[in-house]
Design a protein around this ligand. Structure first.
Ligand code: FES
Length: 134
């Protein structure tokens, strides 16, 4: 399977892998998480979003997914950081795939995980689920 150079770069050197610990939150910051599974392959992803004044100031993922899913999670966190909640909600799977210069057709479903986890986290945030405040 042929991956683009960008996929390889993000897979070999992914940004923002890991978790955000609640203990590290500063005053006025909030942490929310979102978790999704991919029914197509059984892979999992958990995203941690750090928010201050309606802006995403940090974002990390723990992923049990394939190379494409890891590359997508790397790009998703990079694009999410610095955005307001509303702007981050606009992120789409297509945008992530575009940012990676495409994915092989068989791997397109892998782009769902990170964006869906981000959307889930933002949905949780609005509902007050899984939110830790400092
Ligand atoms: Fe499961 Fe890629 S094969 S996310």
């Amino acid at each position: 399977m042929e991956y683009s150079e960008k996929v390889k770069k993000h897979f070999l050197n992914p940004s923002n892998l890991g978790k955000i610990e609640a203990e590290g939150l500063g005053q006025g910051e909030e942490l929310v998480t979102g978790e999704v599974g991919n029914p197509a392959c059984g892979d999992l992803m958990k995203i941690y979003v750090r928010i201050k004044n309606n802006k995403i100031i940090g974002c990390k993922v723990e992923t049990f997914g394939c190379a494409a899913a890891i590359a997508c999670s790397s790009v998703t966190t990079e694009l999410a950081i610095g955005k307001t909640i509303e702007e981050a909600k606009e992120l789409t799977r297509e945008r992530i795939v575009q940012e990676l210069d495409g994915l092989p057709p068989l791997k397109l479903h892998c782009s769902n995980l990170a964006v869906d986890a981000l959307k889930k986290a933002l949905e949780n945030y609005e509902k007050g689920i899984n939110v830790i405040k400092k």
